[in-house]
Ligand binder design. Structure first.
Ligand code: GAR
Length: 207
C-alpha cells in the first residue's frame, strides 16, 4: 500500500510538480493524496488540479494572528484525508510547536541551501555574497526551528564566477526537483536508501 502524502505549498509549486510527476510512476511508494495551501492564489494549486489531486486552500489571513487555530484547521484536513506523511514544498509559514509535534518524524521540508548554511530567505544572494564554492539544497525532517532538523539528503552545485542569484537559483532548483522525489521515496518506503533506484539515491545519505 502506498503512503498517503500531503504537500503544503504557498506559491509556484515547481517542487510539488516534481513530486506529482514522480508519484505517477506505478512503483513509486507514495501517493499525493492532498495539496494544501495557505494562499488561495498559489499558482501551484492549478498544477494539483490538473493532475486530479484534491486541493484545499486554508487562508491563514482568516485566522488573524492566531497561528494555532490556522494549523488546527490544517491538521484536521490532514487527518480527514488519512495522510501519513507531510511534505513542505515552498510553504512559507513558520509552524508552531503544536503542529510540528503532531507531525514529528512524518514531516519533510526542502530548503535551497546546503544546511546548516543559509537558513531563511534569499539563500542564493547570500551564498554569492559569502563567496562559497559549493551551494545546493537540503531535505530534512521538520523541527521547531526554521530550516533545521535531521538532514535526509543534499545535492550540491558548483558556484560559477559568472553566477547571478537567478542563474544559481535555476541550477539549484533543477537539483531540488531530483532530490525531493528521491527523498520522499526513501522515507515513504521507510528504508534509506534501498528501495528506490540506486542512481536516484546516490546523493542521499543516512540521517
Ligand atoms: C524552493 O526553492 C524551496 O526550496 C524554497 O522555496 C522554493 C519554492 O519553489 N523553500 C524554502 O525556502 C523553505 N525555507 P516552488 O514553489 O517552485 O517549489
Amino acid at each position: 500500500m502506498k503512503t498517503r502524502v500531503a504537500i503544503l505549498i504557498s506559491g509556484r509549486g515547481s517542487n510539488l510538480q516534481s513530486l506529482i510527476t514522480a508519484a505517477a510512476a506505478r512503483q513509486y511508494p507514495a501517493e499525493i493524496a492532498l495539496v494544501l495551501s495557505n494562499n488561495p492564489a498559489a499558482p501551484g494549486l492549478a498544477r494539483a488540479e490538473a493532475a486530479g489531486i484534491p486541493t484545499l486552500a486554508i487562508d491563514h489571513r482568516r485566522h488573524g494572528r492566531d497561528r494555532q487555530s490556522h494549523e488546527a484547521e490544517l491538521h484536521a484536513a490532514l487527518q480527514s484525508h488519512a495522510i501519513g506523511l507531510v511534505c513542505l514544498a515552498g510553504y512559507m509559514r513558520l509552524l508552531s510547536p503544536f503542529f510540528v509535534a503532531a507531525w514529528q518524524g512524518a514531516m519533510l521540508n526542502i530548503h535551497p541551501s546546503l544546511l546548516p548554511a543559509f537558513p531563511g530567505l534569499n539563500t542564493h544572494e547570500r551564498a554569492l555574497a559569502a563567496g562559497v564554492a559549493l551551494h545546493g539544497c537540503t531535505t530534512h525532517f521538520v523541527t521547531e526551528t526554521m530550516d533545521d532538523g535531521p538532514i535526509i539528503g543534499q545535492a550540491a552545485v558548483p558556484v560559477l564566477a559568472s553566477d547571478t542569484p537567478e542563474t544559481l537559483a535555476a541550477r539549484v532548483l533543477a537539483q531540488e526537483h531530483k532530490l525531493y522525489p528521491a527523498t520522499l521515496a526513501a522515507v515513504a518506503s521507510a528504508t534509506l536508501p534501498a528501495p528506490a533506484p540506486a542512481a536516484a539515491l546516490s546523493h542521499l545519505r543516512r540521517v
